[in-house]
Design a protein around this ligand. Sequence first.
Ligand SMILES: [Fe+2]
Length: 167
Amino acid sequence: MSIDWTKQHNGVHRASDEDLKKYMPDVYQLVFESFPENMEDFTWDVKVHMLMPSQWPCIPNWHYDNVPRVNNVQDWGLVRLDLPMYLWLSGLPLTEFRKDGVISTIEPETWKRFTQADEHRGTRSESFQWRGFIRATHKDILPANPSGDNVLRRHSQVYLDVGNFAW
Ligand SMILES: [Fe+2]
């Protein structure tokens, strides 16, 4: 299954598998054919970017995903390291992970299993390109939006290094 990312919606946020099927049927089909676990057990985030050189499609600094916050402070007592998340990218720029000081780059079009304790960061686009991002989060880490409303993304932001940005 190969997706034409120029033809997709901007993405979904906290979608159930049914929402994903409804709003992004091409992405649903890709997941259905390749995802290593039961889709119904996961909450789905998808982002589509039309990138230019020097743009980051995701957080450029080392960080963790979905660590619960209490009063805006990360609470590590609430993480579920027994439960997985998965990341899938259509292509460049690729996310980097850091473990015990060793940095590795994920493979495109491959499900990368990770947890809330796995540090990672985005990398910068070097060219003009479309990029599809899919993240699956186990429902017991983050449930799908219960109303099913507003799961369709209206915007995708990019991050810039203002020191080298040029129009
Ligand atoms: Fe992240």
